[in-house]
Design a protein around this ligand. Structure first.
Ligand code: C2E
Ligand code: CA
Ligand code: CA
Ligand code: CA
Length: 274
């Protein structure tokens, strides 16, 4: 392929170099981010449908670099995910998010775990050790995983989820509808809730297809006795439509943006979004 279209090959190569440089820079920066105190967590309320009671908060990682300002987790998490860096970051996120639970009256914290973290050797044992060390009840911790994490090796994943559920952890299937969902497999997994991906909520008012998918997920969740969380709720119209459709929980900018720890504590104490 390198023999034809020299120009195109050159441009392509330069693009690759640029990409690799950026990737290396991010990797290098990330490996020092914890020590430099550049990481922080923000917390976004998850509310119950009826009275908008705040039942939990999703912990979301932020990286504010000295040299380039904030970098989105959508950019750096996939890079960390390609190496063991994800474990360092993940351990930090978990330890940090367990600390805030002491400040909240009873809400849970919902923590994102990437596929590699979920498949890490002794994942369950490490998690149990972390909550014990922090003196936290497992039912106050929700584990968010994506379909990719569990459908690759479904039997092993089912086993891990079963153990976690037995220990009392809550399990949420994140970005539901975007991955390899197999309705056949979903029966095998011990889950507490499905999180409907933001792209479907966003499309709900415009496209019949998105609205149909949202309704199907809500029905599926209800039929299986699972909670259903709509993510990325931005408008009053979306909120009303989701309520009418019977969606049990919502999360999104309309209710609250992800906020710093002290603001989250105030919201937790107020208990309702007004
Ligand atoms: P996610 O788990 O699907 O998280 C939801 C994303 O949607 C967050 O983006 C959140 O800030 C954003 N969001 C919430 N409500 C709204 C809304 O109403 N409108 C819009 N436009 N966006 C909304 P964020 O914080 O940039 O995180 C991006 C992704 O990075 C996350 O997607 C998750 O996959 C990953 N991530 C974030 N923190 C962690 C972490 O601690 N560990 C791991 N493994 N992944 C993380
Ligand atoms: Ca999530
Ligand atoms: Ca999500
Ligand atoms: Ca997502």
């Amino acid at each position: 392929a390198k023999r034809d279209g020299r120009g195109i090959v050159r441009v392509f190569d330069e693009g690759m170099d640029e990409n690799i440089r950026l990737r290396r820079a991010i990797e290098g920066g990330l490996s020092q981010a914890i020590a430099k105190g550049e990481l922080s967590l923000v917390y976004q309320p998850i509310v119950a449908r009826e009275e908008l009671e705040v039942v939990g908060f999703e912990a979301l990682l932020r990286w504010n670099t000295e040299d380039h300002g904030p970098i989105s987790p959508a950019v750096f998490i996939p890079i960390a995910e390609e190496s063991n860096l994800i474990h360092e970051l993940g351990d930090w996120v978990l330890a940090e998010s367990l600390k805030v639970l002491a400040e909240w009256p009873g809400q849970y914290v919902s923590v994102n775990f990437s596929p590699r973290q979920f498949r890490r050797h002794n994942f369950v044992g490490r998690l149990v050790e972390s909550v014990q060390r922090a003196g936290v009840a497992p039912h106050r911790v929700q584990i968010e995983i994506t379909e990719t994490a569990i459908f690759d090796d479904a039997d092993r994943a089912a086993d891990t989820l079963y153990k976690l559920r037995q220990m009392g952890f809550r399990i949420a299937l994140d970005d539901f509808g975007t991955g390899y969902s197999s309705l056949y497999n979903i029966r095998k997994f011990a889950l507490d809730c499905l999180k409907i991906d933001r792209s479907f909520i966003d499309g709900m008012g415009r496209e019949r297809e998105s609205a149909a998918i949202v309704h199907s997920i809500i029905h599926l969740g209800r039929a299986l006795g699972l909670g259903v969380v709509a993510e990325g709720v931005e408008t009053e119209a979306q909120l009303q439509a989701l309520r009418v459709a019977g969606c049990s929980h919502m999360q999104g900018y309309l209710l609250s943006r992800p906020v710093a720890q002290d603001v989250a504590r105030n919201i937790a104490e107020a208990r309702f979004i007004v």
